[in-house]
Design a binder for this molecule. Structure first.
Ligand code: NAD
Length: 288
C-alpha cells in the first residue's frame, strides 16, 4: 500500500480562489501591511512570497522593510499607525525579530481585529473558548487541506506532536473544535510511538527530521507533516525534509509531502484571513 499524497498546491489554489472571489465583492481591496526588520535572507524571501501572492489574489499589500537597528518604540509607533489606518485590514510582523525587540510585546500591540497571524492573546483565547476569531495560519491551512481531500476529523482520534504556540497548540484547538478526540504530545511524552499509533489523524510539528517512523503510525492513518528541516543528504547537498520518515508512506492511508504539503497552505490561509478581517471590519461577512 502507498499512501495517498496530500499535495498542498491544489488545496491552496482552491482556498486562494475562494479568497479572491470574496475580495472582489468588497467595496475596496483588503489591505495587508507586512512589517519586517533587518535582512535575514529567509525573512526577506518569505515576505516577498507573501507580498506577491497577496497581490495576485487582489489584496492591497504594502511591505514595511525597516532597518535591523529599528528601536522597539519606533516599531510600536508604526504598528499604532497601521492599527489606526482605515484601509489596512491585516498586519503581519515577520518573525523572528532581532534580539533587542520584545516579540511578545510587539504581537500584543497589533489590533486583534487586524491580527492575521492569529497570534494575539485575544485571538488565542477566542480559539480555545470555541469562538474563533482570526486563526493561526499553519493549523488553519492544515484543516483546509484535510477538508479538501475529504479526510474526516469528527469523531476520530487525532494526535498532534509538538505544542508550540504557532502550530501545535492551535492545531489541537482546531481539531477539537472539529470534534476530534485530541491528544497533544511533546518532547516530554514517554513512548511517543504508543501515543501516535492511536491516531487516525496524526499531525507532526516537532522540527525533528524523521522523528515519526513507520512503526509509530497506525495503518491507514492520515498523516500531516508540518516539519520543515534543512538537512544534508548523503552527497552533502542541502535538502528540505519533514518530521515524518518517507517510509511512513507504506503504512499511512494519506501523507503530506515535504516540501509541497502544508507549506503552500500557510500563505493561502494568511491571505484568506486578511479577506476575513476586511469583511468583518467593513461589516460584511461573506461565505468562507
Ligand atoms: P518549535 O520548536 O517551536 O516546537 C516544537 C515542538 O515539538 C515543541 O513543543 C516540542 O515539545 C516538540 N518536540 C520536539 N522534539 C520532540 C520529540 N523528540 N518528541 C516529541 N515532541 C517533540 O517548532 P514549531 O515552530 O512548532 O515548528 C515545528 C516544525 O514545523 C518546524 O520544522 C518548522 O520549520 C515547521 N513549520 C512549518 C510551517 C509550514 O508552513 N509548513 C509553519 C511553521 C512551522
Amino acid at each position: 500500500m502507498t499512501a495517498q499524497v496530500l499535495a498542498g498546491a491544489p488545496a491552496a489554489a482552491a482556498l486562494l480562489s475562494r479568497a479572491a472571489a470574496r475580495a472582489r465583492t468588497l467595496p475596496r481591496p483588503p489591505g495587508l501591511a507586512i512589517v519586517r526588520l533587518g535582512d535575514d535572507p529567509a525573512s526577506v524571501s518569505y515576505v516577498r512570497g507573501k507580498d506577491r501572492k497577496a497581490r495576485e489574489v487582489g489584496l492591497q499589500s504594502t511591505v514595511y522593510a525597516l532597518p535591523e537597528e529599528t528601536s522597539q518604540a519606533e516599531l510600536l509607533a508604526l504598528i499604532a499607525e497601521l492599527n489606526a489606518a482605515y484601509d489596512v485590514d491585516g498586519i503581519l510582523v515577520q518573525l523572528p525579530l532581532p534580539p533587542h525587540i520584545d516579540e511578545a510585546a510587539v504581537l500584543r500591540a497589533v489590533d486583534p481585529s487586524k491580527d492575521v497571524d492569529g497570534f494575539h492573546p485575544v485571538n488565542v483565547g477566542e480559539l480555545w473558548s470555541g469562538r474563533p476569531g482570526l486563526l493561526p495560519c499553519t493549523p488553519a491551512g492544515v484543516m483546509v487541506l484535510l477538508e479538501h481531500y475529504g479526510i474526516p476529523v469528527a469523531g476520530r482520534r487525532a494526535v498532534v506532536v509538538g505544542r508550540s504556540a504557532i502550530v501545535g497548540r492551535p492545531m489541537a484547538a482546531l481539531l477539537l473544535a472539529a470534534d476530534a478526540t485530541v491528544t497533544l504530545a511533546h518532547r516530554r511524552t514517554p513512548d511517543l510511538g504508543a501515543v501516535t499509533r492511536e491516531a487516525e489523524v496524526l499531525v507532526v510539528a516537532a522540527g525533528r527530521p524523521h522523528l515519526v517512523t513507520p512503526e509509530m503510525v497506525r495503518p491507514g492513518a492520515a498523516v500531516v507533516d508540518v516539519g520543515i528541516n534543512r538537512v544534508l543528504d548523503a552527497a552533502g547537498v542541502s535538502r528540505l525534509t519533514g518530521d515524518v520518515h518517507p517510509d511512513v508512506a507504506g503504512v499511512a492511508g494519506a501523507l503530506t509531502p515535504v516540501p509541497g504539503g502544508v507549506g503552500p497552505m500557510t500563505i493561502a490561509a494568511l491571505l484568506a484571513n486578511t479577506v476575513t478581517a476586511a469583511e468583518r471590519r467593513l461589516g460584511l461577512s461573506g461565505p468562507r
